[in-house]
Write a protein that binds this ligand. Structure first.
Ligand code: SF4
Length: 64
């Protein structure tokens, strides 16, 4: 699994960083950045999906 954020859609709510702080952080503007550039560890996949589902802007892209 890989995760990315559509920067054009992200509004910086940081709900993703709350749901999965191991995967998401924020840049200087408060928009989300993905901290794990390679494959998401198996034990964090459920958190990644939760963050995807909770993002109000549908800005998180999960590729299985
Ligand atoms: S929850 Fe979605 S819109 Fe909000 S910071 Fe995270 S990726 Fe961006």
């Amino acid at each position: 699994m890989k995760v990315s954020v559509d920067a054009g859609s992200c509004h910086g709510h940081q709900m993703c960083a709350i749901a999965a702080p191991e995967i998401f952080g924020s840049d200087e503007l408060g928009n989300a950045v993905v901290l794990i550039t390679g494959d998401i560890p198996t034990e964090l996949e459920a958190k990644a999906r939760r963050a995807e589902g909770n993002c109000p802007e549908r800005a998180i892209i999960v590729n299985e």
